[in-house]
Design a protein around this ligand. Structure first.
Ligand SMILES: [Zn+2]
Length: 313
């Protein structure tokens, strides 16, 4: 059985937990969860949960970082992995122009588009009797290993879907328009800066960002709690990786940040995936390695470990 209910939890799991406060917290969490599920429709629980996770872990921090970069570029540049190129204006003395406003505006529009696409997909799946909703909202809660299993599959599928989609958009003439739009929009950026995780042509955004994120949820039918954890992790990744700051609290995220920087600096010819698995197999990470070796030998500011030379890690 994939999921457990509270009697199972109270009989088999809680007695094994040594801390009394942990048991109380778990019971309190389960009661809150049950009340939430009984009081609202599944669609409402999914959408409000998604919005809350996205706002707290992506939108609000990314907006604050973006405003900080604009308001105090001289201070922000100290923390930028790519120096002044990592600022929205590209220069610590530059004033924000309509281009930066356009980037931020479209990033916000795409963010809303992703939520709208999720709502439309889930409404369609709920309305058609033969189909099942993408997200499983029930009173039962998943076991930790079910959450872990789905998260691993989720990130694996998300990693490889954009790679396939990108290869296809580059190879198939039918997708030439999308490929051109992606290059004209996303690749107009010098380097990642806050909010740019969601900056692209809307169609390219849906194919390259939204679909890879939601496809594993649909096919594996994530439990709502798993989906929340997944959304929080994806939001943290997008916020930190695209902030452009070298102070990122994980070596995994620092690696993704460098791959995204290279994807932009090499005009989209390298690092189609974030975690680098498929690029390792297909050899599409070579440009970055060459660059790193060159940078290390030339001493142009990168120490080859994901941090600019001379800066604290
Ligand atoms: Zn690209």
């Amino acid at each position: 059985m994939d999921f457990i209910t509270i009697p199972f939890l109270s009989v088999f799991v809680l007695p094994t937990l040594s801390s009394y406060s942990t048991r109380i917290n778990l019971i309190f969490f389960y009661m809150t969860w049950t009340t939430l599920v009984l009081a609202h429709t599944a669609l409402r629980v999914e959408l409000f949960g998604t919005l809350a996770a996205r706002l707290v872990f992506y939108l609000v921090p990314s907006l604050l970082f973006f405003l900080f970069d604009i308001a105090a570029p001289s201070t922000a540049v100290v923390f930028k992995g790519q120096g002044e190129a990592g600022l929205p204006t590209g220069n610590k003395r530059g004033k924000p122009t309509s281009k930066e406003v356009k980037v931020a505006g479209w990033a916000l529009i795409n963010f809303a588009l992703g939520i709208a696409a999720q709502t439309a997909t889930e409404t369609f799946l709920i309305k058609i009797p033969m189909l099942k909703p993408a997200v499983h909202v029930t009173m039962s809660v998943p076991m930790p290993w079910d959450i872990t299993k789905h998260l691993l599959w989720g990130f694996f599928v998300r990693e490889h879907t954009p790679s396939t989609a990108t290869s296809c958009t580059l190879e198939c003439p039918i997708f030439a328009l999308i490929s051109t739009a992606h290059r004209a929009w996303h690749h107009s950026l010098r380097a990642p800066f806050p909010l740019t995780a969601h900056y692209d042509h809307p169609l390219a955004y849906l194919i390259g960002v939204f679909i890879p994120m939601y496809i594993p949820v649909m096919f594996l039918r994530f439990h709502m709690i798993t989906f929340l954890v997944y959304t929080v992790l994806v939001s943290i990744e997008e916020t930190s990786v695209f902030s452009g700051y070298y102070v990122i609290p994980s070596f995994l995220l620092r690696g993704i940040a460098r791959r995204m920087e290279h994807h932009l600096s090499f005009g989209g010819k390298t690092y189609f995936g974030r975690w680098g698995f498929l690029d390792l197999i297909t050899g599409t990470g070579g440009y970055a390695d060459d660059d790193e070796r060159g940078a290390r030998s030339a001493g142009d500011g990168w120490d080859g470990r994901g941090s600019p030379k001379g800066r604290k890690k």
